[in-house]
Write a new protein. Structure first.
Length: 152
């Protein structure tokens, strides 16, 4: 019998160990910090848009809109994670994969910034690893009464 099968058969109280709670708190804190960082980037972009003349206003506004949408999305993921909403786990993994791809880009090219790359990469890998850990995965799943059948 593998670990996943043991975890499924484990009583609810046993699966809520201190390690799992710490992992859940870590995931939520990292997501909240990422959302706060995106809000800080939004503020920075607004200040730049107002105080400096961009070479293209359309591009500057489009970038601002994308970052606002990302901040709202990650904020919603963080709140969903605090509530252990099942959808928040998948959404957090998608966000972390996007963050890893930006981190990889930060390590490369003429304007490479390894410091930014590490700041993006370490939390992303941490969150992905924690969210893929079987006890954390189960913590985000619905109760047995709400689950869809295995074949669905």
């Amino acid at each position: 019998m593998n670990t996943d099968e043991n975890d499924v058969n484990m009583p609810q109280g046993a699966s809520d160990s201190a390690g799992v709670r710490a992992a859940l708190v870590t995931v939520s804190i990292l997501l909240l910090l990422e959302a706060a960082a995106l809000v800080a980037v939004v503020v920075w972009l607004v200040v730049d848009l107002v105080s400096l003349a961009p070479s293209s206003y359309a591009t500057a506004v489009a970038l601002l809109v994308l970052v606002v949408l990302a901040a709202v999305w990650v904020g919603a993921i963080a709140i969903g994670s605090l509530r252990r909403a099942p959808w928040s786990r998948a959404s957090a993994i998608v966000w972390q994969v996007l963050q890893v791809s930006v981190a990889v880009g930060a390590f490369q090219g003429m304007f490479a910034r390894a410091d930014i790359g590490w700041v993006l990469l370490v939390p992303a890998i941490t969150v992905i690893g924690l969210l893929l850990w079987a006890p954390v995965r189960l913590a985000y799943s619905r109760d047995d009464g709400e689950r869809a059948p295995h074949g669905a």
